[in-house]
Write a protein that binds this ligand. Structure first.
Ligand code: ADP
Ligand code: MG
Length: 240
């Protein structure tokens, strides 16, 4: 069976700074693949490479058996045209930590109604408070909408880049539930997350990245309960 994602010695630099220093990994079709690691370790950059938002400098990256960003002829690589990249990106859904707020006037009016009518609250005050409340709940709702929007394109791969990091703790579960359902439906998912509970319960594999390399990988339960590297242990002691 072809892997949905395959990375062989993937390198990525920004100027003189090497961010990905030879990533080797494989994500099977239908797998929930969790990616953890400290800030700055290259997790987002790796997802962005998969989704054609960055071009790898060396190594090979494949999605569904096809080279990402390039066409190979003999020994030579040719960069894909923008139109070709656009076609390939349609097959990949991506959900980020945050995305732009959409106007929710109707919701705002709804939330303002009772404080004004029942409590006699001033309109300006009610509006301000309603806005604050909606913003909190709205972030979770927006992430659910973002996921739905990505799914509307029938992607074969979904990338999640810390989708719950900007949410209040009591709202995180709502978004994780959507992701859990999606996982159960058989979607191939790469999830960058600090939610170790999700990784343990839903993940099929877990990779710990640090400093642009894969330090350790395996079944989430094994990596989380019995990490073999010092760096993994030290990271987990901070997030668990
Ligand atoms: P993570 O998602 O694990 O926190 P990132 O992939 O966002 O890590 O970043 C890894 C490193 O690459 C960081 O040091 C970051 O500053 C750097 N980096 C990311 N994107 C760019 C860019 N477009 N230009 C320059 N440096 C970048
Ligand atoms: Mg990141």
């Amino acid at each position: 069976m072809t892997a949905m994602v395959k990375a062989e010695g993937v390198h990525k630099s920004f100027g003189h700074v090497e961010v990905l220093k030879g990533i080797d990994l494989e994500v099977a079709s239908g797998e929930v693949f969790c990616l953890i690691g400290p800030s700055g370790s290259g997790k987002s950059t790796f997802l962005r490479c998969i989704n054609h938002l960055e071009k790898v400098n060396a190594g090979r990256l494949y999605v569904d058996g096809e080279l990402v960003g390039y066409r190979q002829k003999g020994d030579k690589l040719y960069e894909l045209k923008d139109s070709e990249v656009a076609m390939k990106r349609r097959d990949i859904g991506m959900v980020f930590q945050r995305f732009n707020l959409f106007p929710h006037m109707t919701a705002l009016e709804n939330v303002m109604e009772a404080p004004i009518q029942v409590k006699g609250q001033a309109k300006a005050e009610a509006r301000e408070r309603a806005g604050q409340l909606l913003e909190r709940v709205g972030l979770a709702e927006q992430q659910r909408v973002a996921i739905a929007r990505a799914l509307a394109m029938d992607p074969k791969l979904m990338l999640f880049d810390e989708p719950t990091s900007a949410l209040d703790p009591e709202l995180v579960g709502d978004v994780l539930d959507v992701m859990r359902d999606l996982a159960e439906s058989g979607m191939t998912m790469i999830v960058v997350t600090h939610e170790m509970g999700f990784a343990r319960e839903v993940g099929d594999s877990l990779v710990f990245m640090d400093g642009g390399v894969v330090v350790e990988s395996g079944h989430p339960r094994d990596v989380l309960t019995n990490p073999s590297h010092e760096r993994t242990k030290s990271f987990l002691s901070k997030v668990l």
